[in-house]
Design a protein around this ligand. Sequence first.
Ligand code: C6P
Length: 405
Amino acid sequence: MSGFDPGRIRADFPILGEFIHGKPLIYLDNAASTQKPRAVIEATSRVYEHDYANVHRGVHTLSQRATDLFEGAREKVRAFINAGSDKEIVFVRGTTEAINLVAQSYGRANIGAGDEILITAMEHHSNIVPWQLLCQQTGAVLKVAPMNQAGELILDRFELSERTRLVSVAHMSNALGTLNPVKRIVELAHGRGVPVLLDGAQAVPHGAVDVQALDCDFYAFSGHKLYGPSGIGVLYGKAKLLDAMPPWQGGGDMIRMVTFERSEYNTLPYKFEAGTPDIAGAIALGAAIDYLQGIGMEAIAEYEQRLLHYATEKAKAIRGLKIIGEAAEKGAILSFTLEHVHPHDIGTLLDQLGIAVRAGHHCAMPVMDFYRVPATTRASFACYNTFEEVDALIEGVQQIIEVFG
Ligand code: C6P
């Protein structure tokens, strides 16, 4: 762990100096959205103060400067996930939009009545509802691969059929923390010639991702969970697939030529980027990536695993606390329920102590149904969290148990 210093990292995040109800903020809602380092905040103001204009349009200097920074950010994203080409990096609003893009473009072009889309029992609504919409539009069928009580996929029952046309799986579950065996899933699907989309919203902030090593066909993630701004995200797609896909939205920048009779579309990735993009957002996402690479994704992953392990052991020792999601391979998420106390009360009482957690169904209602709970309390960790903060969480939970007796 030499060189990894959460104290130094914390100093980069101005918001961590806030007080909530008179208590120092302990921010454990990172799976919902992470806080932003000064590098990201400053990159945003720098663009607007010095470099802002629309991109890909102007011959004037500022537009060229903005375009260079915007395209530079695309290259940073490419390198970060090791995509083969920056043509394969499509800027979107976030994971949700990325998955909808694949459903409405790839899906409508390649998936028909009776065809199947295979997802898993632990998906976020963003990886369920876009496929349901596609099924309603095309007559395709949504299939769900089961998980066990620990919240692990049952690989023996991860069954593709003759009709499976696409597999779409969370790399890491937001409700349970489960890290799925995505490389194996890609191999299984490719063995039958079926492409795979990985929902990387939760995985990307917690460790190095290499889309070429995974060999996935699509990879989706959001900037705001990766210490970057909200409103910007990424769809990675293999150039061969993206090239063959029809555009999803029409408008400026995604065309080469337009007449009233017909239009010719732009090259990749612009074919999928209709309209003025989130210019400053993309540039600030590039700054977030620089920042994270300065720390090192391996170091972050290792540190967060230690935090998770520490929190898990302490949580297990609390009578009446049930951890929801005990997969052997997990990212830094601790979801739990307490006997006799509703998660919303836990969340509200922890907030009084300055501790921010998420309480609810985490946009994964089928996961709640599976465990027969209405909601869970979820503490989710980032590289700036500390062991002392975990202690404070555990103490807070113990206080709540005493109050509810
Ligand atoms: N999960 C959470 O608190 P967007 O909203 O498009 O940035 O990301 C959607 C999304 C997709 N997949 C997974 C696995 C996710 O966790 C999320 C967002 C947040 O868990 C907000 S519901």
